[in-house]
Design a protein around this ligand. Structure first.
Ligand SMILES: [Mg+2]
Length: 201
């Protein structure tokens, strides 16, 4: 098998939108560790509308204060020079994602937002992208900073790469789920070369 494309998570992986999920939960009056999208999905009527508005307000702010993680542009340009396809699967709304992605030096096709289908860890978006690219799931590398990215990759049958963004691993086991781990983005080019050579048919 060979890696022909990379499917990236956006927020926390390529771009730091500095979304304050704890504040978001407080604004929505959710429990401290509640998964936001999954929880508000169960709400209806005015309660749902209120949460959607809070979410939208935070995401809009994220667009305004977003920054690119150091080392990411270099890694993306390297992947582009190797002829790899690149796509985005995000739990953000597509309209906000498209605005944030403008600051990156490569283009992504397709960009899948949460409104388009089942969200990660469901493998739907990853499988949809592989079909669009006309490649097999094992030929696409799933890259992300969170548990849902690794789970979505596994569920789709894609090899996975965890971007730690130098965060403490803590008690999470996300990194143990991933096939590859990147702790320093500036090591990304050499890691990508290694992944490609290990996956050469
Ligand atoms: Mg993320």
């Amino acid at each position: 098998m060979a890696i022909k494309g990379i499917i990236f998570d956006m927020d926390g992986t390529l771009i730091d939108s500095k979304l304050d999920f704890d504040q978001m939960r407080r604004d929505m009056q959710l429990a401290n560790d509640a998964p936001i999208l999954e929880t508000i999905e169960m709400f209806t009527g005015a309660r749902r509308k209120q949460c959607d508005e809070v979410l939208r307000r935070h995401e809009q702010l994220g667009v305004e204060i977003a920054s690119v993680f150091p080392g990411v542009p270099e890694l993306l340009m390297h992947a582009d020079s190797l002829g790899l396809k690149m796509a985005i699967v995000t739990r953000n709304l597509k309209e906000f994602a498209l605005q944030m992605l403008k600051v990156l030096p490569v283009s992504f096709e397709p960009v899948i937002g949460r409104e388009e289908g089942p969200i990660k860890p469901d493998p739907w978006a990853l499988l949809h992208i592989c079909e669009f690219w006309q490649i097999e799931p094992h030929e696409a590398l799933m890259v992300g900073d969170y548990r849902f990215d690794q789970e979505a990759g596994k569920n789709a049958g894609c090899p996975t790469l965890w971007f730690s963004q130098k965060r403490e691993v803590g008690s999470s086991d996300w990194h143990t789920m991933a096939d590859y781990v990147l702790e320093d983005n500036f090591q990304g080019k050499s890691l990508l070369d290694r992944i490609l050579s290990e996956n050469t048919p």
